[in-house]
Design a protein around this ligand. Sequence first.
Ligand SMILES: NC(=O)c1ccc[n+]([C@@H]2O[C@H](COP(=O)([O-])OP(=O)(O)OC[C@H]3O[C@@H](n4cnc5c(N)ncnc54)[C@H](O)[C@@H]3O)[C@@H](O)[C@H]2O)c1
Length: 345
Amino acid sequence: MLKVGLIGTGGIYRYAHLEGWKAAEGIEVAAVCDANRELAEQAEKDFPGASIYTDYEALLERDDIDIVSITTPNKFHSIIAIAALESGKHVFCEKPDAINPQEAERMADIAARTGKVLMVMRNNRFTAAAQYVKKLQQEGFFGELYAGRCGWVRTRGIPGRGGWFTTKELSGGGPLIDLGVHMIDLAMWLSDNSVPSTVSGTTYRQFADRPDANGQIPAGTFDVEDMAMGFIRFTNGASLQLEFSWASNVEREKKFIEWRGSEAGFSIIDDELTLYVERDGQVVSEKPELSHTSKPQHVENILHFIACVRGEQEPTITPQEGVHMIHILDAIYRSAEQGSEIKLG
Ligand SMILES: NC(=O)c1ccc[n+]([C@@H]2O[C@H](COP(=O)([O-])OP(=O)(O)OC[C@H]3O[C@@H](n4cnc5c(N)ncnc54)[C@H](O)[C@@H]3O)[C@@H](O)[C@H]2O)c1
């Protein structure tokens, strides 16, 4: 029986993680922690008998806890992950890995030194469409995937305006770090393009001081971007365009990935997969009928992590991928500030 401590029992814990830890076999959620005691007490009702903490350091002092899961605001991910790894725990953590590259590197180094599993949520890899495309890519169906686009563009969808999401010190940034991690990771993983060489980007903050639908400007801080555009070159010559926004004057919200390959291409738009293949000199679109037998994507990711802790599976999400990711995001922010391209590596 693996004993688990859950740290941060707010929105995503209740919306997605709870189902994962409930679905997992051979584990016991032995401790729950939230800085807000009421939320920790609510979480204890999900796992009756679990000890309740408001201080994560007290939870980490327990030698009987094998796994820690972190679902706090972004700033605390690396701080708690590093302390948890140092205290001998395996760590599952929400995205983004960290709010700067130095912290992401420290996390990866300490995981390597301690030999503990460190995995950061990449739930979008576990959709039926993503799993199918990955299989095709590994079989060589697309040939070389050389030019891609990805994004998540909302018309109006600023999360927790005035709270930690829109406060750079706590979040590390706006939609680029919030939504970008999901789609940039998926684009890199599906195409096998993982090592960036140069990055260029722009960011905008157009909606921070604008009244919301009720005519009010919410109190609190809003010092992050609400839109980011970018361009990544990879060491193998492939390139990826990207755009992320919490608020834009566009037709509709859209979440998308598109890759062009030498033999075939694909797009996943709002989770719908289309393949583009050549038949008799013409490009034909195919929409595979995918069977959705798998569990929800966040649940699948948590179950994969547990299987890795048990040594039953090899991690398909590695700390080094997180290091590349946070370097890319950081370089986009730096490029936007400087107005020029950033060379990585
Ligand atoms: N993978 C996904 O689909 C997905 C979706 C939403 C959010 N997230 C990520 O999950 C994380 C949490 O987001 P959320 O929407 O649940 O936020 P939230 O504000 O609803 O919940 C965060 C919780 O952490 C608690 N907390 C803050 N600091 C703490 C500390 N030092 N120790 C213990 N508890 C602390 C807060 O009291 C709060 O209850 C974020 O990093 C976010 O990026 C991921």
